[in-house]
Design a protein around this ligand. Structure first.
Ligand code: PEP
Ligand code: MN
Length: 338
């Protein structure tokens, strides 16, 4: 429920209503604005009727939040949220690109790739230290050593970093070594992981599960935000459909849909979305066109020797060209890319 108070409502009244909401077993929210105070009540909204707030002389309106997700809904916050990973901003008219390899493989690999990412003009560096692979025999990532390499390279090239978190016990080390979490498609509904991330303030890129509805993604984001971490960036990375020509089907419908329902920034991963490097630039352009607030793109100094996802990784020359090519598209949608 969203309760808008009249401009002349006192601080005392605000506090009284918040206490009453809490006493009914609902979660009270206080959102003071420039002109008026907005209050929220999360939980079973029917019990709120007992307070008869809609007939209170200092209450302007009481509106139910219809979406099952509340905090991440546009009903709750009509303005776009801006989420920052270091100096890279996403949402509210800001557009940023995260580039880097699928996995951290060695210092040398990460350092060479990061230099391209930086000179091409991308804004953040990706690299997985913990890799959730379909096969237990595939490269699983370097773990803590990978995080240390990522942190060192980040300092050397001056870019913030994003790395995947696969279990709660790794959260502390990731907070120490990286600028943002990535929750992968396979963990989108790992609710204990989402809750634990929600208890940090580190930004998180939450990827859509490959068999998850958009509403499931928004509910997953609600888990993080309801624990207190508002710094969530949603990511469309392709879903499984009957089509097998490409690795996944990049669901670009999801972008305008999410933007209409949620204030959170949304980015697109055309690398996993297509699985084929030649298709990354055209789908990135399409993503910009339909409203994405950023991109996450795999690149490797030599994709032919990559330990994971080489087929969908751009080589250095392609990544430099890619960054040049997308700029006019970002300009055309009137977003700011540093
Ligand atoms: C990745 O970004 O390398 C990755 C594993 O992504 P996803 O979770 O989308 O498959
Ligand atoms: Mn990958």
């Amino acid at each position: 429920m969203i309760i808008v108070l009249k401009p002349e409502a006192s601080v005392q009244l605000t506090n009284d209503i918040l206490k009453q909401i809490e006493s009914l077993g609902l979660k009270p929210l206080h959102m003071p604005g420039k002109e008026r105070v907005v209050l929220g009540a999360l939980g079973d909204e029917r019990v709120l009727a007992q307070l008869n707030l809609d007939s209170h002389p200092m209450v302007e309106s009481v509106t139910p939040i219809l979406a099952p997700y509340k905090l991440v809904s546009r009903e709750m916050n009509p303005e776009d949220s801006v989420v920052s990973i270091g100096a890279a901003k996403f949402g509210g008219g800001h557009f940023s690109v995260i580039g880097g390899p699928c996995a951290v493989e060695s210092y040398d690999q990460m350092s060479k790739t990061a230099q391209t990412v930086r000179t091409a003009g991308a804004h953040a560096l990706r690299g997985g230290a913990f890799k959730p692979r379909t096969s237990p025999y595939s490269f699983q990532g370097l773990g803590l050593e990978g995080l240390e390499i990522l942190a060192r390279v980040s300092r050397e090239v001056g870019l913030p970093t994003v790395t995947e978190v696969v279990q709660t016990s790794d959260i502390e080390a990731i907070v120490e070594h990286a600028s943002a979490f990535q929750v992968g498609a396979r963990n989108m509904q790992n609710f204990e992981l989402l809750k634990a991330i929600g208890q940090t303030t580190t930004p998180v890129i939450l990827k859509r599960g490959m068999a998850a509805k958009v509403e499931d993604l928004l509910m997953a984001a609600e888990y993080v935000v309801s624990e207190g971490n508002p710094n969530v960036i949603l990511c469309e990375r392709g879903i499984k459909t009957f089509e097998t020509a490409t690795r996944n089907t990049l669901d670009l419908n999801a972008i305008p849909y999410i933007k209409s329902k949620s204030h959170l920034p949304v980015i697109v991963d055309p690398s996993h979305g297509t699985g084929i490097r030649e298709f990354v630039p055209p789908m990135a352009r399409a993503a910009i066109g339909c409203g994405a607030d950023g991109l996450i793109v795999e690149t490797h100094y030599d994709p032919s020797v990559a330990l994971s996802d080489g087929k969908q990784s751009l080589d250095p020359e392609q990544f430099v060209e890619f960054m040049k090519e997308i700029r006019p598209f970002v300009d055309a949608v009137r977003k700011a890319m540093l």
